[in-house]
Design a protein around this ligand. Structure first.
Ligand code: A2P
Length: 275
């Protein structure tokens, strides 16, 4: 597994992103992004819903890391849906992030079927104008994707969903892979829940490699071709969560982790929303 993957848009994306959901707007988010960038993260995953895009923008400036070396993702919230709303929201995101283009903009969830298609068209138009390098979706199920692909002129580059060994969504993952849609894994650490992070099998595999349980979960995600987005506001954890390129899970490890699948959703699950 390399440090970047290539999306169907042709853009290159760093394979481990820093999640900042629940990183409180203001100094917590600013500090978390700043330390992440200093520790080597080059991919930050925010959303309009998190209300911390401006903190991301400030931290990027403060870090001194050239903007073009950083991959920024944001997401349109449900209240941004509809063509005109979405166009306005995209411009607001660009402003809050103090940038002239966002690397990846997603629809945060399938939302209202009546306005989904026109929202996607707004993303496509902003993409064509160069404001959004890549566009994609989040929390979409197979039905939502099938329907979108009927009218889409630009295929979603990613589908960002919750994915862990305990929630593998194999049909949805196979469908996305078949369509060339890259999977991004949110809550790859199960939001820090001990049920996931302290699981016996995960602990055993971690012991074998002399790494942390979080590193095993992140590596599992990478070896499935996913882009994990672990969140931490603690620099030591940020550092070790990114330090996952010096070991490899073998096929026995992967098989043991794969056997943990049991539909354990820790977050909201809109993949089953009305198509
Ligand atoms: P904190 O931000 O205090 O470090 P997820 O990415 O699945 O949403 O999980 C995020 C949660 O896991 C946060 O509560 C975070 O806490 C915690 N966390 C992040 N990295 C680690 C780690 N390496 N070990 C233990 N807990 C972690």
């Amino acid at each position: 597994v390399g440090r970047t993957f290539t999306l169907n848009s042709g853009a290159s994306i760093p394979t481990v992103g820093l999640g900042i959901f629940l990183s409180r707007p203001g100094s917590e988010c600013f500090n978390s992004v700043l330390s992440g960038l200093r520790l080597g993260y080059r991919h930050i995953d925010t959303a309009r819903y998190y209300r911390n895009e401006a903190d991301v923008g400030k931290a990027v400036k403060q870090s001194g890391v050239p903007r073009e070396d950083i991959f920024l993702t944001s997401k349109l919230w449900l209240s941004d849906f509809g063509y005109n709303n979405a166009r306005k929201a995209i411009d607001q995101s660009l402003k809050a992030l103090s940038t002239s283009r966002v690397d990846l903009m997603l629809m945060h969830a399938p939302g209202d079927p009546d306005v989904r298609e026109e929202t996607w068209r707004a993303l496509e138009d902003a993409h064509k104008e160069g404001k959004l390098t890549s566009i994609g979706v989040s929390n979409f199920g197979i039905g939502h994707l099938e329907k979108l692909l009927k009218t889409a002129r630009v295929k979603p580059a990613v589908n960002q969903i919750e994915l862990t060994p305990f929630l593998q969504r194999r049909k949805l993952v196979d469908y996305c892979k078949g369509q060339g849609i890259t999977l991004e894994a949110y809550s790859p650490l199960g939001k820090g829940s001990s049920e996931i992070l302290d699981d016996g099998t995960v602990t055993k595999v971690a012991g074998k490699h002399g790494v942390s349980n979080a590193q095993v979960l992140i590596r599992w995600s990478l070896q499935h071709g996913f882009i994990p987005l672990p969140k931490s506001s603690k620099p030591e954890r940020q550092k070790s969560n990114l330090d996952v390129f010096g070991f490899e899970l073998d096929s026995a490890d992967m098989q043991q982790l794969d056997s943990l699948d049991r539909n354990l959703v820790t977050a909201w699950d809109p993949t089953t929303d009305p198509v």
